[in-house]
Ligand binder design. Structure first.
Ligand code: ADP
Length: 351
């Protein structure tokens, strides 16, 4: 078993009378990427600041590398940690000088600093930026330089607080590649806060869903995205079809639609969840082995690479189809078949 590099035991944070992070218990293994996802104000940054030892916990304990974080150990432990924030802060100097600042309090010789800055720039494919003035950089390039300034310290644990929140999609992907590279090549443990659920899915081994200061779910990316524990978590991870239904004769039913078997649920009220991209849409037949129902198109709208079609089939379904594959268009009132695999249906107890 890989060792726990972070261990959080009953850790909570209050500001005045308000507890903004309720007691948490979890651990992170060396080399793991954990994404903490959740809406703004959930407590993600506060948690990260406690783990980075910047902010003392109000309650409970944190162990880093097996050592308890205390007033005395915090400073020494912090030398093994790195933090990248959402907001890029660069000084009006060259890229090389900005990165070197990461080492300025670490008693590293001038030659060693130069060598390490060159190495980090090279590993990021940014050697030609060394002598550029930070003023000439785009937002994405600036954030990559900020990242380099953290990496040059060779952190064993890296905390990333909404690192791509201010970047465009292309710059976001470039930084995400660099984050993955750092984890794969240097085995750096990473905790990333993000309100972008898809980013959590792209990067993380495990995902914690944080809401109102608590983890409502903590598991593999697939568990969190395909088996959310409740409606709030489901909405946050982008499940568009959430229906209140019942279990009748061992099947999950809502609006007259039989979604599939519900073997582990007693008769009664349940929540039925189905991701919009897990539903197929057709004007003719449906693939075999699927649950299918007939419905009427309510609306069809382009949404990025998908066509989002709302279909009334007893319940109003939201279906995302990659329309350029079929070239099909849909008009309101048209009769269509929608279908899904039984294992795409996720059921939870009603709240
Ligand atoms: P997130 O990162 O998920 O957006 P934060 O950790 O920034 O959430 O904030 C969680 C809650 O704690 C918010 O209600 C915020 O207003 C509050 N909070 C954060 N920092 C402080 C502080 N220094 N003093 C008082 N309240 C704070």
């Amino acid at each position: 078993m890989t060792e726990d590099i972070i261990s959080v035991r009953g850790t909570a944070k209050s500001y005045g009378k308000k507890e903004v992070v309720h007691p948490l218990n979890f651990s992170v293994k060396r080399g793991e990427i954990l994404a903490v996802i959740g809406p703004s104000g959930a407590g993600k940054s506060t948690l990260l600041r406690m783990l980075d030892t910047i902010e003392p916990a109000s309650e409970g304990e944190i162990f880093l590398f097996g050592e308890k974080v205390t007033k005395h150990s915090a400073h020494r432990l912090r030398n093994r940690l790195g933090m990248l924030f959402q907001k890029t802060v660069l000084f009006d100097r060259t890229v090389e000088e900005n990165i070197a600042l990461g080492l300025s309090y670490r008693f590293v010789s001038r030659e060693e600093t130069k060598k390490r800055v060159a190495e980090v720039l090279e590993s990021m494919g940014m050697s030609e930026y060394a002598h550029r003035s930070s003023r000439t950089l785009s937002g994405g390039e600036g954030q990559r330089v900020s990242f380099a300034r953290v990496l040059v310290t060779k952190p064993e644990i890296l905390f990333l607080d909404e690192p791509t929140a201010n970047l465009d999609p292309v710059a976001t992907r470039v930084l995400e590649e660099m984050i993955l590279h750092e984890n794969r090549v240097n085995k750096t443990t990473i905790i990333i806060n993000t309100h972008d659920q898809a980013q959590g899915q792209r990067l993380a081994d495990r995902v914690a869903v944080m809401m109102n200061g608590s983890f409502v779910q903590f598991g593999s990316a697939d568990e969190v995205f395909y088996h959310p524990v409740n409606e709030a978590a489901a909405k946050f991870v982008g499940v568009q079809n959430i229906f209140t239904g019942i279990v009748r004769n061992g099947s999950a039913v809502s609006g007259g639609v039989v979604f599939g078997p519900a073997p582990h649920f007693p008769d009664g009220i349940i929540q039925i969840m189905l991701r919009a991209e897990d539903i197929s849409l057709s004007k003719t037949g449906v693939p075999e082995g699927r649950v299918s129902v007939q419905g009427r198109v309510v609306s069809a709208e382009r949404s990025g690479a998908f066509l989002n079609v709302r279909v009334d089939a007893g319940c109003i379904f939201s279906v995302n189809c990659p329309f350029r594959q079929t070239g099909d268009t849909y008009v309101p009132g048209e009769i269509v078949q929608i279908a899904w695999r039984i294992d795409a249906v996720h059921l939870t107890k009603s709240a």
